[in-house]
Design a binder for this molecule. Structure first.
Ligand SMILES: *Cc1c(COP(=O)(O)O)cnc(C)c1O
Length: 407
């Protein structure tokens, strides 16, 4: 039989969410009487998965997309890098028309594109991440062979972890960034909920240009930004088109986690060290291993860009931000120091001197609430818990009430 890819063996055991699910099952099995009582049934504020229905204007776009497939006059097959109308609509809606359709690539989601983008750079690449960070940046680097073989509690030897802590207000010191690195940057951040301001992103772009870094900027939560002074895209910063690609998604703003639709902006001005076009290579990679997003999903995306669709995006994000306020309020009442939840659906709560898996266990035991231990996102998350605001309002209200038991 074939040998297993050693890079898969190098992935840290117990990927975070299966491990949380296992602990939840174990807890539920040892408390069989709990599930039947409303006050002790387990509520999850753990995963970053949307819970609320897709709103009507956008949903009608999806339905219309399906209907079109049933008629010869409107039937479509492969759409390659996406419907031109959708690519132009995204440029106009989110980037002030700064990009041509050829610089916007429609995908089946941001995570999928993050995985595929790594193919552009290969095994010798030095990767750098915010610490803590969304797991696919590190795990995808492991799969591509860019993380090095050695791994410890401090992470993979081949990856530069840039700590984001209370001391630096969750924006990393960029001095340790190695030259010519692939830098993953997420804002508003998952898991910390912190959103970088213009000065911080300006510094990020300046540093990338100076050190030859290419930034993969993950803006999946941009539509959650409510502070009008905060940038919603890296391309608000001059020079970013020479050092960054941006991945984004309809998943969190429109409830498309199960529909699957995102996009990646690859500016034509972005060049490798040798002067070759990154845009041309991305065209080549997506054409080789990806055959385009669902045309039904793209029809939903078009509806999301109409005035009614954009109102629905705002309404849906406002709903989750309302959940976030309930959770953060409950934690702060106990004197627990938090960030996030104001421009993102995540709250990052600090438990100084404690291990996040112990705090996870305590919250599950006392409140019957599932959370995410910060250490699952990187070494700097060790004493933090991530609370997710994705949930039905009644569940979030119940969970927020129960958090008082931590006091
Ligand atoms: C949820 C999420 C995404 C979205 O991924 P999709 O594949 O588009 O569903 C991307 N980045 C971060 C940080 C996320 O939390």
């Amino acid at each position: 039989m074939l040998n297993r890819n050693p890079r898969i063996a190098a992935l840290k055991a117990g990927y975070l969410f299966p491990e949380i699910a296992r602990r939840r099952r174990e807890f539920a099995a040892s408390h069989p009487e709990d599930a039947a009582r409303p006050e002790t049934r387990i509520i999850s504020l753990g995963v970053g998965n949307t819970t609320e229905p897709i709103l009507p204007v956008i949903n009608e776009g999806l339905v219309d997309g399906a209907r079109r497939l049933a008629r010869a006059e409107t039937y479509t097959g492969y759409s390659d890098e996406g419907l031109a109308e959708l690519r132009e609509g995204i440029s106009k809606t989110f980037y002030g028309g700064a990009f041509s359709a050829g610089e916007i690539f429609i995908s089946d989601g941001a995570k999928c594109d993050i995985g595929r983008l790594q193919l552009l750079f290969g095994a010798g690449t030095r990767a750098a991440v915010q610490d803590p960070s969304y797991p696919v940046y590190v795990d995808g680097s492991v799969l591509i062979g860019a993380a090095g073989a050695s791994v410890s509690d401090e992470g993979y030897a081949g990856i530069s972890y840039l700590p984001c802590t209370a001391e630096n207000a969750y924006f990393p010191d960029l001095d340790p960034l190695p030259p010519n690195a692939l830098l993953y940057f997420c804002s508003p951040n998952n898991p910390t909920g912190a959103a970088a301001d213009k000065a911080q992103l300006g510094l990020l772009v300046q540093t990338a240009l100076k050190k030859g870094a290419l930034i993969i900027y993950d803006a999946a939560y941009a539509e959650y930004i409510r502070d009008g002074a905060l940038p919603k895209t890296i391309f608000e910063i001059p020079g970013a088109e020479e050092c960054a690609v941006e991945v984004n998604s309809f998943s969190k703003p429109a409830g498309f986690t199960g529909v699957r639709l995102g996009w990646t902006v690859v500016p034509k001005a972005l060049k490798y060290a040798g002067g070759e076009s990154v845009n041309a290579d991305w065209h080549r990679v997506t054409g080789t291993i990806f055959n385009g997003a669902s045309n039904i999903a793209q029809s939903g995306g078009l509806a999301a860009l109409t005035p009614g669709g954009l109102r629905e995006i705002r309404e849906l994000c406002d709903f989750y931000l309302g959940n976030a306020r309930l959770i953060r309020g409950a934690l702060e009442k106990l004197g627990i120091v938090c960030v996030g939840g104001d421009n993102s659906p995540y709250i990052w709560a600090r438990f100084p001197g404690r291990d996040s898996w112990d705090v996870f266990a305590e919250i599950l035991e006392k409140c019957r609430v599932v959370t995410t231990p910060g250490s699952g996102f990187g070494p700097s998350g060790r004493s933090f818990i991530r609370f997710s605001a994705f949930g039905h309002r009644a569940d979030v209200e119940e969970a927020a009430g129960r958090l008082a038991k931590l006091g």
